[in-house]
Structure formats: C-alpha cells, structure tokens
Design a protein around this ligand. Structure first.
Ligand code: 5GP
Ligand code: MG
Ligand code: MG
Length: 179
C-alpha cells in the first residue's frame, strides 16, 4: 500500500499525540458529566478508539453511518443515513467524532439529526479538517490537524473502501484514482 502514497502527512506517532491531546482536553472539559460519544462509521473508528483510551470519563458509545462520497474523491453533496443511532439522545451531551470535515455537509446533516433527536449539547471532534473545502458554515470544537485540499487516506480514511488500515495519514497518488 505504501507505494500508492505520494506523501505521508501525519505519522503514527503524530496521530497518537493528537489523540492523546484531545482525550485529555475532553477529560478536562467533561469533568462531572456523562456524555454520549457518537462515532461516525467507518472512517472515525481508529481515531475514536485512540481518543477514548485517553478520555477518563463515564461515557457510553454509539455509532452512526452516513454516506456522501459513493466511492469517488469528491463529495456528492447529498448525504444518506446508512445506520441510525440506537441510543436515546434526548437531553444528552454528545461528542460526535468524525474522520474529516471537508464541505461540512455531512457534519451539518448529523448535527441537525442530533438536534431533532433532542440532544442537549453537541460538540464535534475531528481527526482532520480541510477548512478550504468548506461550503457550509460549521466548525469542529476539537481538531487533530488541518489538512490541505488534497484527497487523503489512512488511519480510517478510505478510497473505495481500501487504505483504512494504513497506520498513518497520507496523500493518495492521483494516478491511483485516475486509473
Ligand atoms: P463533507 O460532507 O464535509 O464534504 O465530507 C465529509 C466526508 O467526506 C468525510 O466524513 C469523509 O468520509 C469524506 N472525505 C472528505 N475528504 C476526504 C478525503 O480527503 N479523503 C477521504 N478518504 N475521505 C474524505
Ligand atoms: Mg466520514
Ligand atoms: Mg469514504
């Protein structure tokens, strides 16, 4: 898989450092509360696990799955709910964990979903943020790294369902998706 990567952006060690930093921030910010962590499948699972190992707090965990890419490298603009949240979110303080925020449409969709479900408070935590790609005015509260406007894979992020298991985040060689 390494041969398909143009450039490594964040190493395994740098990502571990970011997860630890955010886990500790959350531990501080949620002291005395019992938030519900909602992780966005499938991309955020690696980051969720690493952040939660550093999050010293009573918390329950659920998952949501949405789809907006349909296999390409450009957001389609339309978001579909693939797997619903099974936990009752009414009155809950929610920490939503994402892999990457690009246009912001997926995040906006999920935040609206949580609001409709009666969540008390919603904070967003993302491994990566691509501020240049934003078309919706929405921000994350906890960000691992800001990334340039390139298609990245690894540590949960896929291209056509592959590369999620790379232990680092890197830019995919355009030749791979221009084939
Ligand atoms: P948005 O709705 O913010 O445009 O897109 C968010 C979703 O698109 C992310 O959750 C992620 O699944 C996907 N995405 C956006 N940029 C990238 C990228 O550079 N690489 C990969 N693998 N997925 C991305
Ligand atoms: Mg995602
Ligand atoms: Mg994807």
């Amino acid at each position: 898989m390494d041969n398909d990567i143009e450039k490594v952006l964040y190493s395994r060690e740098e990502i571990a450092g970011a997860a630890k930093r955010i886990g500790k921030e959350l531990t501080h910010d949620y002291e005395g509360r019992q938030p519900l962590v909602i992780s966005v499948l499938k991309g955020a699972i690696f980051f969720t696990v690493d952040v939660l190992k550093e999050f010293d707090c009573y918390t329950d965990i659920d998952f949501v799955d949405v789809s907006s890419y349909h296999g390409g490298t450009e957001s389609s603009g339309k978001v579909d709910l693939v797997r619903e949240i099974n936990t009752d979110i009414k009155g809950r303080d929610i920490i939503l964990i994402e892999d990457i925020i690009d246009t912001g449409r997926t995040l906006e969709y999920m935040v609206n979903l949580l609001k409709q479900g009666g969540a008390n408070d919603i904070k967003v935590c993302t491994l990566l943020d691509k501020p240049e790609g934003r078309v919706v005015d929405i921000k994350a509260n906890y960000v691992g790294f800001n990334v340039p406007n390139e298609f990245v894979v690894g540590y949960g992020l896929d291209y056509n369902e592959l590369y999620r298991n790379l232990p680092y985040v890197g830019i995919l060689k355009p030749a791979v998706y221009q084939k």
